[in-house]
Design a protein around this ligand. Structure first.
Ligand SMILES: *Cc1c(COP(=O)(O)O)cnc(C)c1O
Length: 491
């Protein structure tokens, strides 16, 4: 399996395909595009049937080996077996089986309509990012050990991504994590989750500034190419291809657990921000998984909903990016969206490059086909099953209350966006699976507002705020940051 950039020129000479291991530790392709396989591997009906009885880890192996053809099969099997265990994904709720890794719960059934929740947030940090990040930690350690190399992950977080990365990389040989977060801007729970890690390879840096300041520092350091090379700096952001592939697995799992034969179809509603999660759904569908609709659910930051309603992709300015009660979806642009656009425009790298150049220079593009637009491919979006909807703070509160009253469970704010939008798209005869992207305990403030009681915390998280914390506070001085990194890598 070979990978190409979404911006690669058609002439084969100028685009050099790479294999899975080549792109594992990197981010963007050299031309600024994102990596995708040259063709999506296909899954036959017979294969899908055979996969019904597999454990999650074995299913992950079957899906991954189609993409990571350069990793020896026995090694890949060991990596997935080590990652997808009931000990790692142990935060299942009452009534869920931890061994299923992503257990399904039927919320509503009747009148030919069926609404199902698929729990993706039972991992160490209680959010779906653990589904991919835990595998990435093991894949990184494995690849680095083979070459005797080191990797220093440097990133910025406003919450979920940073903690998922730290819990995936803690104690891993050859890897250190330097994670910036805005000082005193995360919730007490989120800070406690990250800062209570005492592992010597984890460095939490609270920056006196806001999240954007943290991101600017990461950019400034990454733009210093000699420093980056000397210090073996890498990232684990949401465009990482291995993260996307790991997420493909739970679409297969959700489908297989919700159906009894391959003639059935299901739809998925996915709380969406950077288009990473739902991009994996698109890939599963392209591989032949019988998915009817893929519904992107956004919050007030509705970049994606706008595109799927109108064909206009318009990134937002900072002032137009709202801080909401589903904060992990507060994005101004959807960094994985280019992967879908590449498919939508017929895998034309030059055209994709031109469109995203327009995003960089003019803030967006228009594929509606109207006079003066950049193209008319929006009319093909339906073929890919995409639909969308949005949700507001009030919708979240109402949905959290409804779900608690009707089904007796407390859902988090992002999942509430998903359920709100799923209800608008559910059809008779097609099971609608909503992906649960976090547990409510992570966003307790809003749960208190909605229900008047605290969200339940999984065992082991009861007194997390009281644990000793390890972090340093630093200013936004980039040179001091570089000196701090260099003094701790010893490189
Ligand atoms: C990251 C995140 C999302 C958004 O996922 P994308 O892959 O960026 O679309 C939704 N919900 C939660 C809880 C998250 O952490």
């Amino acid at each position: 399996m070979q990978y190409v950039s979404t911006r690669a020129a058609a002439s084969a000479a100028s685009s050099s395909p790479s294999n899975f291991s080549d792109i594992l530790l990197g981010g963007l392709a050299a031309d600024g595009g994102l990596f995708l396989p040259t063709a999506y591997p296909q899954v036959s009906g017979a294969e899908l049937d055979a996969w019904r009885k597999l454990s999650y880890a074995d299913l992950a192996y079957e899906v991954l080996r189609k993409f990571a053809t350069d990793i020896p099969e026995a090694d890949l099997r060991a990596l997935t077996a080590k990652t997808y265990t009931k000990e790692v994904y142990r935060n299942a709720r009452a009534g869920e089986k931890a061994s299923q890794i992503t257990p399904l719960r039927v919320l509503e059934e009747g009148d030919g309509r069926k609404l199902v929740l698929q729990a993706l947030s039972n991992g160490p940090t209680l959010a779906f990012k653990d589904m991919a990040m835990q595998l990435l930690g093991n894949l990184f350690e494995y690849t680095l050990a083979k070459s005797g190399a080191q990797l220093n992950i440097f990133g910025a977080t406003s919450g979920d991504t940073g903690s998922a990365a730290e819990y995936a990389m803690r104690g891993k040989k050859g890897i250190r994590v330097f994670m910036l977060s805005p000082h005193k801007k995360m919730s007490a729970f989120q800070s406690a989750q990250m800062f209570s890690l005492q592992d010597p390879n984890i460095f939490n840096i609270a920056v006196e500034g806001v999240f954007d300041d943290c991101q600017d520092m990461v950019k400034a350091v990454s733009n210093d190419l000699p420093f980056k090379a000397a210090q073996k700096i890498g990232t684990v952001n949401s465009i990482n291809w291995a993260r996307v592939v790991a997420q493909v697995v739970y679409y297969f799992r959700g489908y297989l657990a919700a159906t009894s034969s391959n003639v059935e179809k299901v739809s998925f509603t996915v709380p969406s921000g950077n288009f990473g999660n739902i991009c994996a759904g698109h890939i599963a569908r392209m591989m032949g998984l019988p998915i009817a609709k893929l519904v992107a659910a956004t919050n007030e930051n509705d970049v994606l909903d706008e595109f799927f309603r109108t064909g206009v992709y318009r990134v937002r300015k900072s002032a137009e990016t709202y801080h909401t009660s589903s904060p992990s979806m507060d994005i101004s642009k959807a960094s994985n969206f280019e992967r879908f656009i590449y498919d939508l425009v017929g895998r034309d790298g030059e055209r994709t490059r031109a469109l995203f150049h327009k995003v960089e220079t003019q803030g967006g593009f228009d594929l509606s086909g109207k006079p003066g637009s950049d193209g008319d491919e929006f009319k093909k979006v339906a073929q890919y099953g995409f639909q969308s909807g949005k949700s507001t703070h009030k919708d979240r509160l109402d949905t959290i209350r409804d779900v608690a009253d009707d089904y007796g469970i407390t859902i988090d704010t992002h999942t509430a966006d998903g359920i709100k939008v799923a209800r608008e798209h559910i059809e008779k005869g097609v099971t609608m699976i909503v992906l649960e992207t976090a547990l409510a305990a992570k966003f307790n403030e809003t749960i208190l507002d909605a229900l008047g009681v605290d969200a339940e915390r999984p065992a082991g998280f009861e007194n997390i705020e009281d644990l000793p914390q390890k972090f340093v506070v630093m200013s936004t001085d980039v040179e001091k940051m570089k000196a701090y990194i260099a003094s701790h890598t010893g490189l």
